[in-house]
Design a protein around this ligand. Structure first.
Ligand code: ZN
Length: 287
């Protein structure tokens, strides 16, 4: 039985199996998955161009994807700005093609990024050059106390050892620095209702947090949570349709393939605030 990455207990309960993975729930509330029959996870997915196809990286600034992403990132930067007037050094972990970096730089941050997808990192390097590191956070070997703020949006659910990830962030963030995270919320109603059919239970995800477990993760690494809530992503109908064509859902797919055909264009492309069953947390390093 694999050990819980969060509390190290071995008494995990198998909750279900899906595709090639087994899903466990620890008594501490943490949910995680492993490739069936393996104690540790397999090496990370390659996140090549096909992984990003629904995100339409190459389709320009006015794609439904970019409109929604830009609105989401702008709202998250506004949330961070409520806790600091400083626009210092910022690291975006899992920066993908650099959309968040672009908005952060526009708002005065000295922003850098880390990305493990060679495809996405190459896209980001076209605009940000040496500010983007291709590889994992640990491989980047940033100096101690280097950053005023660190963001990792939709990243920790991909990691089988989120504790060492947060500890590494703790090493490279300045005392008092801000950390903003978004991740799937395993306590969301969509998860409770859909069970193993919840779209977030997919092979590239292996760690599932809720507010109590992410609070424990952060407190153990000397972060105090300043803001917690629903991620409230901005999505366009056209984007949601593209998402469900990439990740088919018997429940939502038909609905969101119908809407783009019956709605006028300004409604198809306007960013709507959608509760996607994800958490958004801002925490401060306490030492
Ligand atoms: Zn546990």
């Amino acid at each position: 039985m694999p050990v819980c990455a969060l509390c190290h207990a071995e008494s995990n309960r198998i909750i279900f199996k899906k595709e090639n993975r087994t899903y466990f729930r620890c008594k501490c509330g943490f949910i995680f998955s492993r490739v069936s029959g393996m104690q540790n996870d397999v090496p990370p997915h390659h996140y090549d161009e096909t992984y990003y196809s629904p995100w339409e990286i190459a389709q320009g600034d006015q794609s439904p994807w970019r409109i929604g992403k830009n609105a989401t990132f702008a709202s998250w930067l506004r949330a961070i700005a409520r806790f600091t007037s400083l626009r210092g050094s910022l690291l975006d972990i899992g920066c993908a093609a650099g959309c968040f970096l672009e908005i952060a730089v526009q708002q005065g941050w000295d922003a850098a990024g880390v990305e493990i997808s060679s495809f996405a990192a190459a896209e980001a390097k076209k605009r940000f050059g040496g500010r983007v590191f291709y590889g994992t956070l640990h491989e980047a070997h940033y100096d101690d106390n280097r950053f005023d703020a660190i963001t990792a949006f939709d990243v920790i659910e991909h990691l089988d050892d989120p504790v060492s990830f947060i500890n590494e962030i703790g090493r490279i963030i300045k005392p008092g620095g801000l950390l903003a995270l978004s991740t799937a919320d395993s306590a969301a109603w969509s998860c409770r209702i859909l069970g193993k059919r919840w779209p977030q239970f997919k092979p590239e995800h292996c760690s599932y947090f809720s507010l109590p477990t992410i609070d424990r993760l952060l407190r153990n690494s000397h972060f105090e949570i300043l803001h917690r809530g629903a991620a409230g992503k901005r999505l366009t109908i056209a984007y949601i349709d593209a998402y469900f064509r990439a990740y088919p859902s018997a429940l939502f797919g038909p609905l969101f393939s119908l809407l783009p055909r019956i709605l006028p264009k300004h409604l198809r492309t306007a960013p709507l605030r959608v509760h996607t069953g994800e958490l958004f947390v801002i925490a401060r390093r306490t030492r």
